[in-house]
Design a protein around this ligand. Structure first.
Ligand code: NAD
Length: 322
């Protein structure tokens, strides 16, 4: 039975990943300091092969067990979180990644870092292949996150080249699904919460900026395929089906059966205008591509949100506040 360490395992993606790995028979050690994650995300997991450890990975940490795989998912990830925690975000990218790579080296474990499409910044190339070096503003409000991830990628390559650690880099594009926090500021949870509360749905700018939204189950399959491969170069994991944020807002209103109107607000600084992964590398090297269309993923997420804490529920025509 493989033993797998997941940092940030009580977060949105981390908790889905832990469940998936348990389903594959792994012993899963989930490490988290609950900065942006929650025990609520993992409290339903009953397997004895699941260990939760409350650890802040920015300080040196150790694990007694031998470990086969590491998934380094810990990091504030939404613009609201990294605006609130700018120094912590940089510390996680730097010290947290150092500590986790060091542990992977000591355990001879295969290491995956959850990087991000934000390393491409506001891209000048479309769609974005892994060979694109990006267009990032290091001193803007998103710089703490984008540059922490770019540093973490450079560090990962240094541990691969100089320290002989078996590493890989997943560049994750926008992902959605159950367990997104209703107030984390990301587009889909915000639109769903507002639509379910029958409040105005707020779209930034004119809504023409695009994103490519991947359903969480597809994303997790991609991460696991990458960590179980021998690939070291960065691989984009995301859904290339691109849509504008206005189209996504309209879909959220329609699928929730809401009467909310759509309103427009000022575009945040450095908000990327386009975002679409080129997934040729994932297809060729991993045989991976998304299987769940965005609309189907959205339907599943709406069903979850209708009963989830923090999202209003509609019961027999009335709206019940969370
Ligand atoms: P999340 O905030 O739900 O999860 C992050 C987890 O890391 C949380 O449980 C948090 O408590 C934990 N954490 C933060 N600092 C820590 C520390 N010092 N020590 C231990 N644990 C710590 O975010 P998410 O959306 O699940 O993102 C997970 C990873 O995937 C992040 O690295 C993020 O950058 C990356 N990513 C996510 C997306 C997306 O669309 N969700 C897109 C690109 C990249």
């Amino acid at each position: 039975m493989p033993t797998t360490l997941v940092t940030g395992g009580a977060g949105f993606l981390g908790s889905h990943l832990c469940e998936h790995l348990l389903g594959k028979g792994h012993h899963v050690i989930c490490v988290d300091n609950l900065e942006t994650g929650s025990l609520h995300n993992i409290s339903h997991i009953r397997e004895e092969r699941f260990d939760f450890r409350m650890i802040d990975i920015t300080s040196h940490y150790e694990v007694e067990e031998s470990i086969d795989f590491v998934y380094h998912m810990a990091s504030p990830a939404s613009p609201i979180d990294y605006a609130r925690l700018p120094l912590h975000t940089m510390r996680v990218g730097a010290y947290g990644t150092h500590n986790t790579l060091g542990l992977s080296k000591a355990k001879r474990a295969r290491f995956l870092i959850a990087s991000t499409s934000e390393v491409y910044g506001d891209p000048l190339v479309h769609p974005q292949p892994e060979t694109y070096w990006g267009n990032v503003n290091p001193i803007g409000p998103r710089g703490v996150y984008d540059e922490a991830k770019r540093y973490a990628e450079a560090l990962t390559m240094a541990y691969l080249r100089q320290q002989g650690v078996d590493t890989c880099i997943a560049r994750i594009f926008n992902t959605f699904g159950a367990r997104m926090r209703p107030h984390d500021g990301r587009a889909i949870p915000t639109f769903l919460r507002q639509a379910l509360e029958s409040k105005p749905v707020t779209v930034f700018g004119d809504g023409s900026q695009t994103r490519s939204f991947c359903y969480v189950d597809d994303l997790i399959r991609g991460l696991v395929a990458l960590n179980e491969s021998g690939v070291h170069d960065p691989v984009n994991i995301g859904n290339p089906s691109e849509m504008s944020l206005l189209e996504m807002a309209e879909a959220c209103v329609e699928l929730t059966g809401s009467t909310s109107e759509i309103v427009f607000e000022a575009l945040p600084e450095d908000d990327p205008k386009i975002r679409q992964p080129d997934i040729t590398r994932a297809r060729e090297l991993l045989g991976w591509e998304p299987e769940i269309p965005t609309e189907e993923g959205l339907k599943r997420t709406v069903e979850w949100a209708k009963t989830a804490t923090g999202y209003a529920r509609r019961v027999e025509g009335a709206t019940v506040k969370p």
